[in-house]
Each structure stands twice: as structure tokens, then as C-alpha cells.
Design a protein around this ligand. Structure first.
Ligand SMILES: Cc1ncc(COP(=O)(O)O)c(C=O)c1O
Length: 425
């Protein structure tokens, strides 16, 4: 992608849309309207848009409940007893995992706590957790709670990668050097695959390699990476990963989250874990035999606790189908171009008024750009909003804009530019 090929002309944006091989996917989504016109939605990093299939998938399960009630557990078109298994392959494909390494269950932070119980195993001389400087508060609370549960002090135990570029970004060389330096006292390296605040994409493979060489466990929060960038969790050897499905996976607010456990841990029944009947071997799950111990089923599914919320899971069925059809590599190709165009437009129209926090190198970012308005951030936001542009805002001054290749157009980005020009003016 060469920025010199971009143009500020509306006709050029429309031409790119005409040539877009993924353009038809937009019609699979409900695009919100304002004053009779579709908004230019840039908040898919926060909450993805609704695929039309969500309604039919939820309605199907409501109908099963109405007509079959209890029997739907086994007799429904997609039996509820094994509903989570629908996502075994498509969920694994999404994060580059093997079949059995991924389960969709619970919420993201619940899954993180489940993973920390199994994989944060501190010892007196190795109890630290290395995380990124902008660690999402919910992740941080989970880390702090687990540190306290083991009798350590979070202020001492949780250490962060150094910020070495302005106020925000982590240089990979510095990150790796830091992990090498602190690795021997570190039990766990837990990072976000794509930083929620800056949009920086970390080199998960390199971090995992260096951390493993130092004997640390590696966990990744893929909330802003799953469905955004190609991932290879299995090959990179990551120990666990967690993510939500309401951002780039478009499965609806609070919808069911993902969890990856590398296969080398999947059969280890000796790992400490929380237990419940859905994690038990399904052949004996319904026997209600309390004389028998919990037998975790192999793989990530052995970390399930409760029977899953079918209505929350149903929209995911359609969402993952869309990803299978579009293919993450094709999505990434469009994403790099779309985000490159947004960067071009922002630089052309906003100049010094906006500081681009996100790395300029496409290899180091997903689709999100984080834009710091140097002055009057709220006014910027108001002008964008009046023009039907929907980004999201992180107080005090950062506007996050994520052109999502499944449903955003180059013309949306052009509209963003026009509104920005007005805001700067
Ligand atoms: C990076 C990250 N971690 C954790 C969470 C919290 O997710 P949940 O409320 O689904 O547990 C979010 C939510 O946006 C997030 O972006």
C-alpha cells in the first residue's frame, strides 16, 4: 500500500469501493441511520454492527424453546447440549488454533480469571506479572485479584513494559529486552494482542518466544485482535488467550467470549481450575453421580463451568460464518488499505491539530487509529457527530476510529475526512 496512490477526491473513494471484492458483505449488516442517512460507523472496535443473521439465529432458538422446551437440548436443529461445539472449528480458525484448543463461553474477564487460576502459578522467587502499559482496567483488576489471592502485593508483583516512544507506544526491542531482564522473576506475561488504547499490534510470536525462553507463561487478550488481524495462536505457542465477540466479531452486546488453551495444556487434568458440569466429560455429564470426581474433558472445553446461554451464543453462529466466507487474509488486505486511507485523510486535513498515536507501520497496527485532538477534543467530536460519523472517545482527548473491512467503505473514510476538515476549520 502506497500512500501516494490515495486521493482526497470523492470520486476516487467511490472507485475504490467499486473495486472492493469484499463490498457485498456490507449488505449483511444493519447500518444505523441518522436523519434518514446511514451513519459512517467507526466504532466497531467497541461494538460491532448487527449482522441480519443475528435475528434469525436468535429467533430460531426462541422457536425451539417454544415448541420443544426441555427436549431442545437433544432434539433441536442445533441441540443445546452441544451448542458450543458448533464453534469448535470456526472459533479455532479465527485465532489460528487447532480444533479443540478453543471454546466459546462466558465473558472475557470471566475467562481471564479462569485462565489465571490455571496458569498464574507464582512461587516465592517467581511471582511477577509483566503486562503492557495501557493494560485494560478489567484485565488489570483480574490480575490484581489473582496476585492478592496468592498472597502477593499487586503494586510489587505487576510490572509493565516500558513506554519508549512519546507517551504511548512500546518499542518491540525494548519490550523483549525488558522480558529478558525480568523473565527469571516473572511467572506470567499477559498482554493485549492489539492495545485497546493505542491500536498498537504487538509481535505476539516474539514476545512468546522470549518469555518462554525465560520460563514464563504467556497469555494474550485478543479483544481487539480477534477478527481484526490474522493470528496463529497455536504456532506461536501462546499458553492461553481470551477475547470477546462483541467488537470485531459482531455478535452483540455482552455476547459470548472466546478462550484458547494450547493443546500441550489441554490434557493436563492436574492443572488447578474451577470446575462445573459443562467442563466434565460429556459422556458422564448428565449421570449426576456424585461418587465420581470431576473429569475435565480434553482441550479448552474442559474449562467450561456452566451450561451456556444459548440466546447469547446464537448470533455468533452467523458472525463466524461471515468470517469463514470472507477469510481473514482478504479482510486484512482490505483493512490495511482502508486504515491507510484514513491515516492519509487525517494527516491531510488535520495536520498538527491531531496527533496520531497509533503506529504508522501497518505491520504494527490493526484497523483502529487513535487520534489525539491537541485542542478542543469535545468540539471535534461534536462536529464529527453532526456529520453522521460515529467514532468512540476515550477521555480526555483520544478519538478512536476503526474502519472495519466487513462493513466500512472508502466513502465512509472520505466522509470522515470532510467532517474533520470542518472540525479543524
Ligand atoms: C482489552 C479488553 N479487556 C477486557 C474487556 C472487558 O470485557 P468483558 O466486559 O467482556 O469482560 C474489554 C472490553 O471492552 C477490553 O477491550
Amino acid at each position: 500500500m502506497n500512500p501516494s496512490t490515495f486521493s482526497l477526491d470523492e470520486s476516487s473513494a467511490l472507485e475504490r469501493d467499486r473495486c472492493d471484492v469484499l463490498a457485498s458483505f456490507r449488505s449483511r449488516f444493519a447500518i444505523p441511520q441518522r436523519d434518514g442517512r446511514e451513519v459512517a460507523y467507526f466504532a466497531g472496535n467497541s461494538l460491532g454492527l448487527m449482522p441480519h443473521s443475528a435475528r434469525e439465529n436468535v429467533e430460531r432458538e426462541l422457536e425451539e424453546w417454544k415448541t420443544l422446551a426441555l427436549d431442545a437440548h437433544f432434539d433441536a436443529e442445533y441441540p443445546w447440549y452441544s451448542y458450543h461445539e458448533i464453534f469448535r472449528e470456526s472459533g479455532a480458525r479465527l485465532v489460528g488454533a487447532k480444533s479443540g484448543e478453543v471454546v466459546m463461553m462466558n465473558g472475557l474477564t470471566v475467562n481471564l480469571n479462569l485462565m489465571l487460576i490455571s496458569f498464574y502459578r507464582p512461587k516465592p522467587d517467581r511471582y511477577k506479572i509483566v503486562t503492557e502499559p495501557n493494560c485494560f482496567p478489567s484485565d488489570l483488576y483480574a490480575l490484581q485479584a489473582q496476585v492478592r489471592n496468592h498472597g502477593f502485593n499487586p503494586a510489587d508483583a505487576i510490572i509493565t513494559l516500558p513506554v519508549s516512544n512519546g507517551e504511548y507506544l512500546v518499542q518491540m526491542e525494548d519490550a523483549l529486552a525488558y522480558i529478558e531482564e525480568h523473565g527469571r522473576e516473572t511467572a506470567l506475561v499477559h498482554i493485549g494482542g492489539v492495545d485497546y488504547f493505542t491500536g498498537q499490534l504487538f509481535d505476539i510470536a516474539a514476545i512468546t518466544r522470549v518469555a518462554h525462553e525465560r520460563g514464563c507463561v504467556v497469555g494474550v487478550d485478543l479483544a481487539h485482535a480477534a477478527g481484526n488481524v490474522p493470528l496463529r495462536m497455536h504456532d506461536w505457542g501462546v499458553d492461553y488467550a481470551v477475547w470477546c465477540s462483541y467488537k470485531y466479531l459482531n455478535s452483540g452486546p455482552g455476547s459470548i467470549a472466546g478462550c484458547f488453551v494450547h493443546e500441550r495444556h489441554g490434557k493436563d487434568a492436574s492443572l488447578p481450575r474451577l470446575a462445573g458440569w459443562w467442563g466434565n466429560d460429556p459422556d458422564t455429564r448428565f449421570e449426576m453421580d456424585t461418587t465420581r470426581d470431576f473429569v475435565p474433558r480434553d482441550g479448552a472445553e474442559g474449562w467450561q463451568v456452566s451450561n451456556p446461554p444459548i440466546f447469547a451464543m446464537a448470533p455468533l453462529k452467523g458472525s463466524l460464518k461471515i468470517f469463514d466466507e470472507a477469510g481473514i487474509d482478504a479482510l486484512r488486505k482490505k483493512s490495511v488499505e482502508l486504515t491507510g486511507y484514513l491515516e492519509f485523510v487525517v494527516k491531510e486535513y488535520a495536520g498538527d491539530a491531531i496527533e496520531l498515536i497509533t503506529p504508522s507501520d501497518p505491520e504494527q497496527r490493526g484497523c483502529q487509529l487513535s487520534l489525539r485532538a491537541r485542542e478542543r477534543p469535545r468540539e471535534f467530536l461534536d462536529v464529527l457527530s453532526a456529520a453522521g460519523i460515529v467514532p468512540d472517545f476515550r477521555p480526555p482527548d483520544v478519538i478512536r476510529a476503526a474502519p472495519v473491512p466487513l462493513y466500512n467503505t472508502f466513502h465512509d473514510v472520505w466522509r470522515f475526512g470532510q467532517a474533520l476538515k470542518r472540525a479543524v476549520g
